[in-house]
Design a binder for this molecule. Structure first.
Ligand code: ACO
Length: 442
């Protein structure tokens, strides 16, 4: 297929407006720093010339107060529990749009017309095969390999097959390839782990049906994807599609700022997502709930443990750097868990434990005073389980959902004239200069 996406929004962000100045007094000297304001009224003090003028830098471990870029993709108001993709509230998109529409929206900046969507979906369909040689990579992994290890390696390896120096007029061809091939890679890594033959993509199926078919079909008999599981997966992917400058997206931007190619940059995002404090939390939630169940279901004991700092135990799926109110995605997922399990006729004791845990935590002063609410990972795993998806694949599913967000941010960064290589500074606290001592004198 050589069709191109015709209506491509300029990928660079709309520049923030200047809005007065802030004053800084350092060593008795006053400095004026420009203030910029975003379209939702968010203020940023522009410190890009701070070191040049004052010799000082800012210190912000964990970047809780640092805006690393201007972006027009996703807006979050964590205090109000608001999440919007390109201005559209998540509540409006979830259940109405298809995931492929959301991919287009995030990456190209506008909702596709029916013609644009048809062309885009057709391209995703026709690029879903992976190079036959790549199948051999799976042979090299042990069957116990975590699918995130396989996904990150395979995504980086795509750059060996589709290197940047092979020029094409179709500037977004690698974007399409990545979105199209990632579900195939994910399903193949699952088949590898259970020793079943790979099931090739089918061009007559939708994006989500095709993935579920590759996951669960076997050559020995026909397999039909249940509409409820297709709908659920589509919705889950939409809810994960973007979340502005989170750990993995910032990693994609960090790596991409060195002009590393798309596949290398996204592969680094997959690795960043893997950790249990980020996307790995969906696997960790289920492991926690299973532990509670195996321990007699005494969830109150685990709430107490989470409050005891010396226990090093946290309620996985609780808390968020940005949301200090209900995560709007968790609200949708909680209802969805009931609906999907009901429709599939699945009774999962872990859902009951999760609800009881949430109920008690939401009324406990420790969690209330710290504004710790369930996040997107709290209920997603229970839905994946009901759909028959294995626990160690949950973070891979998160990655499939987050792909359009990572890609949108990578494109935005590449097209932003303000982009420089990301290179934070530090406040050095090590030894001051000292002479080298030869080994025989130490
Ligand atoms: N259980 C118990 N206590 C918690 C939890 C939790 N899940 N989360 C935060 N706290 C407490 C901390 O101990 C700290 O208490 P203190 O002020 O008395 O020291 C306070 O709440 C603030 O926590 P921080 O770790 O400083 O918050 P931060 O913004 O750095 O971390 C994070 C956010 C990583 C999400 C954290 O809440 C956490 O570890 N949650 C569990 C893991 C999880 O669910 N991660 C998924 C996040 S969503 C996503 O990435 C898709």
């Amino acid at each position: 297929m050589s069709q191109q996406t015709t209506t491509v929004n300029p990928a660079a962000p709309t520049p923030a407006e200047a809005s007065g100045t802030a004053k800084l007094i350092l060593d008795g000297q006053e400095y004026e720093l420009p203030v910029v304001i975003g379209t939702e009224g968010e203020k940023g003090i522009d410190i890009s010339q701070l070191r040049a003028h004052t010799g000082a830098i800012t210190l912000d471990p964990g970047y809780g107060n640092t805006g690393a870029c201007e972006s027009s993709i996703t807006f979050i108001d964590g205090e109000a529990g608001i999440l919007r993709y390109r201005g559209y509230p998540i509540e409006d998109l979830a259940g109405k749009a298809r995931f492929t529409e959301i991919c287009f929206l995030l990456i190209f900046g506008h909702l596709p017309s029916s013609g644009e969507l048809e062309r885009f979906e057709s391209r995703l369909t026709h690029h879903s095969l992976i190079h036959e040689d790549m199948k051999k990579f799976f042979e090299g992994f042990p069957s116990s390999a975590h699918p995130m290890a396989m996904l990150s390696s395979m995504v980086a390896s795509l750059s060996a097959y589709y290197p940047d120096h092979v020029k094409t007029d179709d500037i977004d061809l690698n974007v399409v390839r990545l979105l199209a091939k990632a579900p195939t890679i994910a399903a193949f890594s699952y088949k590898k782990s259970i020793g079943q033959p790979f099931v090739y993509p089918r061009n007559d199926l939708t994006y989500c049906s095709n993935f579920l078919h590759m996951m669960f079909a076997v050559p020995a008999e026909p397999y039909t994807v249940k509409p409820v599981t297709e709908r659920a997966l589509d919705l889950l992917l939409i809810l994960h599609a973007d979340h502005e400058q989170n750990c993995s997206t910032s990693t994609v931007r960090m790596v991409g700022s060195s002009q590393a190619n798309l596949f290398a940059s996204i592969s680094s995002g997959v690795c960043a997502l893997w950790g249990p404090l980020h996307g790995g939390a969906n696997q960790a939630v289920i492991e926690m709930l299973e532990r509670i169940k195996a321990d007699g279901g005494d969830y109150k004991k685990y709430v107490e443990m989470a409050k005891d700092k010396s226990s090093n135990f946290r309620l996985m799926g609780f808390g968020h750097r940005v949301y200090k109110n209900f995560d709007p995605r968790a609200r949708i997922l909680k209802k969805m868990a009931d609906d999907v399990l009901g429709e599939l006729g699945v009774k999962d004791p872990l859902l009951e434990i999760a609800k009881a845990l949430e109920e008690i935590a939401l009324h406990d002063d420790f969690f209330v005073s710290r504004k710790l609410y369930p996040n997107v990972d709290f209920y997603s795993g229970i839905i994946y389980r009901a759909m028959g998806l294995p626990t160690n694949l949950f973070t891979v599913l998160f990655a499939l959902g987050r792909l359009p967000g990572w890609i949108a941010h990578w494109r935005e960064m590449v097209h932003d004239p303000k982009t420089r290589i990301n290179r934070p500074r530090q406040v050095y606290t090590g030894a001051t200069e000292r002479p080298y001592v030869p080994v025989e004198d130490r």
